[in-house]
Design a protein. Structure first.
Length: 391
């Protein structure tokens, strides 16, 4: 829904920027007055098009604020608190099993050690993800708050000098621009991570396809050497999703978490033991095809992240020109660096072109988002699957 509203909002903004359909009621303030009379002299200028834009901007403000709060608390702080509890319980279970093995004067089974290593890495991975969610949530929350001034601007409230007037609108845009910078950096990081993951999956596919696990245990000199978190989640069980990976929105007490953790450890240990049987093949034909599709899918997702980065970078630059035009009036006193930033154009043109460029990029982005699942599904098909269909 958010993506659809983004498409509508920015498409309407492009219509306003280019003054399209000027003969229609969209640009006629008197048509707005038929339904509601805004106070003169400023708010009465509001056209039906601007009303529609303000509604979609208000939706974006509320949606971003709620999304930011959810990421900060449910996907961030609360999840970190829960992960900390689970890590403490996990450490107790690990110590108990180590002491029990020492009391029996037996070495711990390599499969059990490998399973606990996978869980420990998973908990650390989710903790890093929760920290990232908290930071991203703060940025999205800031963008959501700034959208309220965009709503006010569409209704000519800032023009009237209310809620801080035009300076407050510029300050809101600055906040949004600052909040966008970390998100742009994350896009680059996510793109690189997705492409690296694709390469890892390809390497694992080539290394383990059709190989018996017993041979790997002997080659790596121990089960825990090749049964790493990456190998397990990318090769053995790609659908593995333990309870601590979801957002912390439920009030599960510590006793319930302990029972769930014990069950998760037992299930993982049993799965690892099954996977090291002498006749177990790590990657059979279906698994190999699935990994090939997964590798292609990850690579395409990485390329799409680069596309999103380019679109949002252009939007960032475009909206920044409006801020520059506000603080550096036209004239001889304007610094040369600012003129170069505007490519030599006047403030009015740079403001209009930058605003239109941002609106256009944010119109294209949701179209790419809508098309991406179909593109990924079509382009990530394995060659073996295509051959079977052709036959």
């Amino acid at each position: 829904m958010d993506t659809f509203v983004q498409l509508i909002r920015n498409a309407l903004c492009c219509v306003k920027d280019l003054s399209l359909f000027t003969s229609s009621p969209l640009h006629d303030p008197s048509y707005t007055a038929r339904f509601y009379t805004f106070p003169a002299p400023y708010l009465s200028k509001t056209t039906p098009l601007e009303v529609l834009i303000s509604i979609t901007q208000l939706y974006a403000a509320i949606s971003c604020i709620l999304t930011g709060i959810r990421l900060i608390f449910r996907g961030g702080v609360s999840k970190l608190i829960r992960l900390n509890r689970i890590a403490d319980v996990f450490a107790e279970i690990k110590n108990y099993k180590s002491k029990a093995a020492a009391a029996d004067k037996k070495d711990e089974k390599s499969a059990d050690v490998a399973a606990r290593s996978i869980i420990a890495t998973s908990l650390l991975h989710e903790a890093n993800s929760a920290l990232k969610n908290t930071f991203v949530g703060l940025c999205i929350l800031a963008i959501g708050v700034s959208f309220f001034w965009l709503v006010a601007n569409s209704l000519h409230i800032t023009e009237a000098g209310w809620i801080g007037g035009l300076p407050a609108l510029i300050h809101a845009l600055i906040v949004a621009e600052i909040a966008m910078l970390p998100l742009l950096v994350n896009m680059i990081k996510d793109a690189g991570s997705a492409i690296k993951k694709s390469q890892k999956i390809t390497d694992l596919h080539q290394k383990y396809a059709g190989v018996k696990s017993q041979n790997l245990v002997e080659k790596e000199k121990g089960c825990e050497k090749w049964f790493t978190f990456e190998n397990y989640t990318m090769v053995v069980n790609t659908a593995w999703s333990p309870f601590w990976t979801v957002e912390a929105y439920s009030s599960i007490d510590e006793m319930a978490e302990e029972k769930m953790l014990v069950k998760e450890i037992e299930a993982l240990e049993n799965n690892v033991r099954d996977c090291i049987q002498p006749d177990y093949v790590v990657l059979k034909n279906d698994g190999a095809i699935e990994m090939e599709c997964m590798a292609k899918s990850c690579k395409l997702e990485g390329y799409l992240e680069y596309v999103y980065f380019i679109l949002n970078s252009i939007a960032f630059y475009g909206y920044m020109l409006g801020i520059v035009a506000f603080y550096f009036p036209d004239g001889e006193a304007q610094p040369n660096a600012v003129r170069r930033l505007k490519f030599g154009h006047s403030n009015d043109y740079a403001d209009w072109a930058g605003n239109f460029g941002g609106d256009l990029m944010w119109t294209i982005e949701p179209i790419v988002i809508f098309a991406s699942p179909f593109l990924i599904k079509r382009l990530s098909k394995s060659r073996d699957v295509k051959k079977v269909k052709a036959d």
